[in-house]
Design a protein around this ligand. Structure first.
Ligand SMILES: Nc1ccn([C@@H]2O[C@H](COP(=O)(O)OP(=O)(O)OP(=O)(O)O)[C@@H](O)[C@H]2O)c(=O)n1
Ligand SMILES: C[C@](O)(CO)[C@H](O)COP(=O)(O)O
Length: 230
């Protein structure tokens, strides 16, 4: 029997680049914590059978409270994460019992059902998929002295987002291998790629931003206002 889709939402970071006292995943957007906006999108999907929220060890309790407050407790389990994003994702993967998994940043609240479905479908036909958008700027490689060393062809460059979708057993093997080799990646697909897996890029949306630095909060407030009007 197909055990369906599980989701790992990672929200165990400190948000150093955001620079706020409160971690960015707990900041309020229209009176609701950022990570709750994110959880609600996945919780509304019948295709999702399990969901794990990975947060800081000292934040587990208050996240459970929030999850209850927003009536998500039948959808979400809250577990503690690790030092780096990769460690947090790994904890989430181990907690799932599904055939497939979507990994998503808790601080990407503007994801929507259509994009998630696109990613799931591509993974089911090819094994692994990530959402992404073509880069708009010219990208340059620059050395330690601030001198340009290369200008890669922009037509092949994509800015990678989440969700990222995989067969759960394959991604767990990739995570175990990275662990053994002491390899630390900046996304989940990197770990799959080093196992030789083919990862399909699915075009997403420029509004699926990751809240990273303070100006992202202003843009997020602007985007939310637009959503309410629709
Ligand atoms: N040990 C960590 C580090 C990051 N994350 C999560 O991974 C996502 C993307 O990471 P990033 O934007 O880098 O978040 P932070 O690590 O919190 O930010 P910073 O690098 O600025 O400290 C976030 O949802 C973050 O909470 C996590 O679950 N566990
Ligand atoms: C996974 C990710 O969202 C892809 O853009 C990203 O790598 C998360 O963390 P980062 O620290 O901003 O690289």
């Amino acid at each position: 029997m197909d055990k369906g889709w599980g989701v790992v939402i990672v929200a165990a970071g400190r948000g150093t680049r955001m620079g706020t006292t409160e971690s960015k995943q707990f900041l309020l957007l229209q009176d609701k914590p950022v990570f709750i906006h994110t959880l609600e999108v996945f919780a509304a999907m019948d295709e999702v059978s399990e969901m794990v929220l990975v947060t800081g060890a000292t934040d587990v309790e208050r996240c459970q409270e929030w999850v209850k407050e927003y009536r998500l407790e039948s959808h979400v389990r809250v577990i503690p994460g690790g030092k780096e994003r990769q460690h947090s994702v790994h904890e989430g993967l181990k907690a799932l019992g599904t055939d497939w998994v979507l990994v998503h940043d808790g601080v990407r609240p503007f994801i929507n059902r259509e994009q998630i479905m696109g990613c799931m479908k591509a993974a089911m036909s090819g094994g692994a998929a990530v959402l992404a958008v073509p880069v708009k700027d010219t990208i340059k490689q620059v050395n330690a002295d601030g001198i340009v060393t290369a200008t890669p062809d922009r037509s092949s460059l994509w800015s990678i987002q989440t969700p990222q979708a995989f067969r759960l057993s394959s991604l767990i093997l990739a995570y175990e291998s990275a662990d053994r080799d002491g390899f630390l990646g900046t996304d989940d697909a990197m770990l799959a790629e080093r196992q030789g897996m083919s990862v399909k890029v699915v075009e997403g949306s420029y509004t699926n931003i990751k809240l990273t630095t303070p100006e992202d909060l202003e843009y997020a407030a602007f985007l939310l206002k637009g959503e309410k009007k629709r």
